[in-house]
Design a protein around this ligand. Sequence first.
Ligand code: PYC
Length: 332
Amino acid sequence: MREGTFFCIDAHTCGNPVRLVAGGYPALTGANMSQKRQYFMEHYDWIRQALMFEPRGHSMMSGSIVYPPCSEDADASILFIETSGCLPMCGHGTIGTVTAAIENAIIRPRVPGKLILDVPAGKIAIEYEQQGAKVESVKIYNVPAYLAHSEVAVQVPEMGELVVDVAYGGNYYAIIDPQKNFPGLEHFSVDQILRFSPLVRRIVDEVVECVHPDDPTVRGVSHVLWTGKPTQPGVDARNAVFYGDRAIDRSPCGTGTSARMAQWFAKGKLKVGDTFVHESIIGSLFEGRVEDVATVGSYQGIRPSVQGWARVYGHNTIWVDSEDPYAHGFEV
Ligand code: PYC
């Protein structure tokens, strides 16, 4: 028996997948996207599992569903679905969703080239550039970002002591800069990232408390951002962002770039108006900018923007059949 048929537009943002579910998705209950996210996780998480995990997806799969706006001044809302769960905010997901949604008339902007979107983490503004039918680039004015914890020392089995900063950019990031027991991303293999990241995340999450001052459902360190030297001229930093159980972002990571800018701002390495070009593990780039200062609870943070591009590469009708033993996916 068919549990559901989903019409998807598949895209990637700077190399990281975005599967926009454009049909077959359920209506959600809630006054805002944070409440709708909770409702989806409680009642419809099987849709996320079916569309993100193998055999219909893979460890890195990530996607979204566009909903009507929750607030009066917004054009639309986005729910993010990933192998790691339903993120409060996803930068590469937003860039891919806006690109696919504008190119396919799923979102109709009131002002051409501009959007206001409700997302679970709050409200974001978008500016996008179009050439004919194609969206060439998308700039996100993200939710406020801030440095939540500075120089937290943790003991990691087989690595020894690591000193990490924890910053919020739509998700909470443990940020690991080069130091005695971490020589930098350029000396660290993908296998090491996959092996040590879940450990670092669990240990950091045990020793610091991360709860968003405006929304207690946004909590906990979910991502680990390893940093290193850029490989290209004009780039400020390189990163590998680990999330879920096995995923390393192929894009430079929008919420990670926002968190990193908040970290640098707090440490005096960036000021309002400065740009920050971030390189991903595969060499793709996002351009960030510190747009303004912003307060988050008792924290002094920033309003970051992040600009990148996405390409749509196909349409995909996926059905989920309850007689399929792997209807809701699996992970190895
Ligand atoms: O771009 O914000 C992002 C993101 C989060 C997880 C993967 N990408």
